[in-house]
Design a protein around this ligand. Structure first.
Ligand SMILES: Nc1ncnc2c1ncn2[C@@H]1O[C@H](COP(=O)(O)OP(=O)(O)O)[C@@H](O)[C@H]1O
Ligand SMILES: CC(=O)OP(=O)(O)O
Ligand SMILES: [Mg+2]
Length: 404
C-alpha cells in the first residue's frame, strides 16, 4: 500500500491543505486538496479529491466561529473518512518564521516545537496558527514524523550585507535581521520556471507573490538575492490588511503623541491597513475590483504603483532582468493588476501583450513575442514544496516505528 504525506499551510484566517501519495520511486501525486476559510467568523471547508470528487463544501462541525485547532481536526477526520487506512510517511507544515536558527526544513521534536513558541512575537499573525497545526497533528498521529518547512529558509545566505539593518552591529548578532518570506512559493516558482524556460531561470528573475500576504523576490540563477519583506511579514508591499514599508518615524509618533501601545500598533499594522485600510471596504482584491467606490480603485492603483516601485528596486539589485513572474491569488488571477504593473515597466524591457495577459489558462508567458525581458504567470504550489521537503527529510532520516 502506498504511503501519503499531508501538508498544512495555516494563515491568519485560513488553512490550506493537500494530501499526496508517494509511490515506490518517491514520486508525489496529489490525491486531494482543500482549504478552510473565514476561521473565527464564517468558517467554511472546501475539499476535493484529485479526480474532482467534492469531499466537502460547507460549514464545519464546530460552527462558523471555529478556530484553527477544530478546523485541523475536521480536516483530518474528513481525509481519514475519504481515504480509509492511510499510512502517513510524514506530515508537513509551512512555518512562517524560522529566524536565524532555522535556516532549513527540519523534523519537529520537542526542542523544535519549544523553539517555535519563542518565535511567536516575530510573526503574530501566522506562527500561533502554525504551532496549533503541529500540536493537533502530533496528538492525532504521535508516531508520524512532522516536518517544519520555513518560509524564511529560501532567503538565508545573504550574509551580513544581505541581511543587516543599519543598526548597531549587536542587533544583527541578536537576530534583528532581514529574513524574507514566501520562500516556499519562490522555491516552487523558481523550479517551475526552470522547467518552462531554463535559460531565463538561470538568469535574473523577479517573482511577485501577490496574495493576502504579498512580497517580491529577486532571483539570480534560481537563488534569492533580495526580497521586499524583512524581519517580519510587514515590510515591502502593502497587502490585504498589512501596511508594507512605512517610515518608522510614524510609529514613534503614534507611540509618543497619540497614546498608542504595542498591541494597538500591532493591530493597526497587521490587521487594519493595506488594501483594507486604504479602501475602507475590504482586504479582498476581488471585492475591490467589483466595487465602483473611488477608494476601491485608488487602493488598487496604490498597490500596483508599489509593485512597480519594488520591481525597479529589485531590478537594480539584479543589474537588470530577464523575466518577471506573477504568482499568488492576485498575481495568478487579476488581469487588471498585471496590466497596471506591466503597463509601467516597459523601461525594464518588458513589452506587454494585453491579449496574452488576459487569457485565463495555465502557466504562461504574458509578454509580447520578442520582448527583451519576458513576463509570466505561474501558479504557485507551496503544498507541493512542503511535501517535497517533508519527503526528502524522512527519506534521509533513520526509519521510525509508525503508530497504528
Ligand atoms: N479571480 C480573482 N480575481 C482577482 N483577485 C483574486 C481572484 N482570486 C483570488 N484573488 C485574490 O487573491 C487574494 C488571496 O490570495 P491567496 O494567495 O489565496 O492568499 P493567501 O494564501 O495569502 O491567503 C485575495 O485578495 C483575492 O481577492
Ligand atoms: C508571510 C506571509 O505574508 O504569508 P501569507 O501570504 O500566507 O499571509
Ligand atoms: Mg499565502
Amino acid at each position: 500500500m502506498s504511503e501519503h504525506i499531508i501538508t498544512f499551510n495555516a494563515g491568519s484566517s485560513s488553512i490550506k491543505f493537500a494530501l499526496f501519495s508517494v509511490d515506490a520511486e518517491g514520486r508525489l501525486r496529489r490525491a486531494a486538496a482543500g482549504q478552510v476559510d473565514g476561521l473565527g467568523s464564517n468558517a467554511r471547508l472546501a475539499a476535493k479529491a484529485a479526480d474532482g470528487r467534492v469531499l466537502h463544501d460547507g460549514g464545519l462541525p464546530a460552527g462558523p466561529a471555529c478556530g484553527h485547532g477544530d478546523a485541523l481536526a475536521a480536516i483530518l477526520a474528513l481525509i481519514q473518512a475519504a481515504f480509509p487506512q492511510l499510512r502517513f510517511a510524514a506530515i508537513g507544515h509551512r512555518i512562517v518564521h524560522g529566524a536565524a536558527r532555522h535556516s532549513a526544513s527540519t523534523l519537529i521534536d520537542d526542542a523544535v516545537l519549544a523553539s517555535l513558541h519563542t518565535l511567536v512575537p516575530l510573526a503574530p499573525l501566522h506562527l500561533p496558527n502554525n504551532i496549533v497545526g503541529v500540536e493537533v497533528t502530533r496528538r492525532a498521529f504521535p508516531g508520524v514524523p512532522q516536518v517544519a518547512c520555513f518560509d524564511t529558509a529560501f532567503h538565508r545566505g545573504g550574509g551580513f550585507l544581505g541581511e543587516a539593518y543599519a543598526l548597531p552591529r549587536d542587533y544583527f548578532e541578536a537576530g534583528i535581521r532581514r529574513y524574507g518570506f514566501h520562500g516556499l512559493s519562490y522555491e516552487y516558482v523558481a523550479g517551475r520556471l526552470a522547467e518552462l524556460s531554463p535559460r531565463e531561470a538561470a538568469g535574473r528573475v523577479i517573482v511577485a507573490h501577490l496574495g493576502n500576504g504579498a512580497s517580491m523576490c529577486a532571483l539570480r540563477g534560481g537563488r534569492s538575492i533580495d526580497t521586499t519583506m524583512g524581519f517580519s511579514a510587514l515590510d515591502g508591499l502593502p497587502m490585504g490588511t498589512r501596511c508594507g514599508a512605512i517610515d518608522p518615524g510614524v510609529l514613534l509618533h503614534l507611540l509618543q503623541t497619540h497614546g498608542y501601545d504595542a498591541a494597538r500598533l500591532s493591530d493597526l499594522l497587521y490587521k487594519e491597513s493595506g488594501l483594507k485600510g486604504l479602501s475602507g471596504i475590504s482586504h479582498d482584491l476581488r471585492a475591490l475590483e467589483a466595487s465602483e467606490d473611488a477608494h476601491a480603485s485608488e487602493a488598487i492603483t496604490y498597490f500596483c504603483a508599489r509593485i512597480r516601485r519594488e520591481a525597479g528596486a529589485l531590478a537594480a539589485s539584479l543589474g537588470g532582468i530577464d523575466a518577471l513572474v506573477f504568482t499568488g491569488g492576485i498575481g495568478e488571477n487579476s488581469a487588471r493588476v498585471r496590466a497596471a504593473v506591466l503597463g509601467g515597466l516597459d523601461w525594464l524591457g518588458i513589452r506587454f501583450d494585453p491579449e496574452a495577459a488576459s487569457e485565463e489558462r495555465g502557466d504562461r508567458v504574458i509578454s509580447a513575442p520578442g520582448s527583451p525581458a519576458s513576463a509570466w504567470v505561474i501558479a504557485t504550489d507551496e503544498e507541493a514544496m512542503i511535501a517535497r521537503h517533508a519527503l526528502g527529510l524522512v527519506r534521509a532520516a533513520p526509519p521510525r516505528v509508525q503508530a497504528a
